[in-house]
Design a protein around this ligand. Structure first.
Ligand code: ADP
Ligand code: MG
Length: 264
């Protein structure tokens, strides 16, 4: 459950981004606290993707500030954000289908053998990676028959699970998930929702972009409602009805400041 006294982990103030004469981010604020699931909802074009890209280093904002763990950060690319402990799972998942689950989990971050074999000859420590992969998936409750099987043999839900597990393995602060259940059926979505809860329960903060209101309300501690490039409301998910959240999203209703959760 959300704890509003938990420390702010990632915070943005007044983020701005224009593409030519299109304003994608119009001075948006954002925050996520330690160990909470923050959903980001909004109509098409509201600036959700731009916001998430700014937070994950994939976009350099024209203005505004980003703070991580109490310090100002300036990401010049996704690898900056990853090094700072922010992992992002985009909709394309960025998995290598022909490679094994273990290889995918450690893609670009492989363990080398100890000693000269690893440092000089760059020999991979496969045993260690397989052991750690199996442990990690088991801890997250991802049931996979064999970690040596190719990712292309997995179902959509299992692939999503591997992508989320990889981000959870390397994130120190925040995991950002872009529409993680969009391509999945009911049963597989349920599996991924459970997984996201377990990632949060490990102490990570989760940012969940989703169009699926039942999923948002089942999972999120708080909801950031993005509209016209700004945060239109920041609410506790248990303090707002689904219909009201949608009304704020579309601009039919303005949510009173007194009912928002970022008031100090
Ligand atoms: N690379 C881009 N070039 C031009 N316009 C863009 C680009 N990315 C986003 N936009 C525009 O910025 C606005 C916000 O887009 P986006 O952040 O993708 O919103 P959302 O994810 O909520 O649909 C939209 O009007 C969109 O067309
Ligand atoms: Mg988008």
């Amino acid at each position: 459950m959300s704890d509003h006294t938990a420390p702010l982990v990632l915070e943005a103030r007044g983020l701005a981004k224009c593409y030519g004469h299109v304003t994608a981010l119009d001075g948006t604020d954002f925050e996520v606290r330690a160990g909470e699931i923050m959903a980001v909802i909004g109509d098409n074009g509201a600036g959700k993707s731009s916001l998430i890209k700014a937070l994950s280093g994939a976009l350099i904002p024209d203005g505004g500030e980003i703070w991580l763990d109490g310090a100002r950060v300036h990401f010049t690319g996704p690898s900056d954000a990853r090094r700072a402990g922010i992992e992002t799972v985009y909709q394309d998942l960025a998995l290598a289908p022909a490679m094994s689950i273990t290889e995918n989990l450690f893609l670009g971050r492989e363990h080398r053998r100890p000693g000269i074999a690893g440092s000089l000859l760059r020999v991979l420590d496969r045993k260690r990676m397989e052991r750690e992969a199996a442990e990690h998936l088991q801890q997250l409750g991802i049931g996979i028959r064999s970690i040596t099987q190719a990712v292309e043999t997995l179902s959509g839900g299992q692939r999503q699970g591997i992508a989320v597990a990889r981000s959870a393995a390397f994130a120190r602060h925040v995991v950002i998930l872009d529409e993680p259940t969009a391509a999945l059926g009911v049963k597989e979505s349920g599996m991924v929702l459970d997984l996201i809860t377990r990632v949060r329960d490990r102490g990570l903060s989760v940012i969940l972009i989703s169009h699926n209101m039942p999923h948002v309300f089942a999972l999120a501690d708080r909801i950031h409602i993005q509209r016209l490039g700004r945060r239109a409301a920041l609410v506790n998910s248990r303090d707002i009805a689904m219909a009201d959240a949608v009304a704020v999203m579309t601009g039919a209703v303005e949510w009173p400041a007194s009912l928002q959760t970022n008031a100090v």
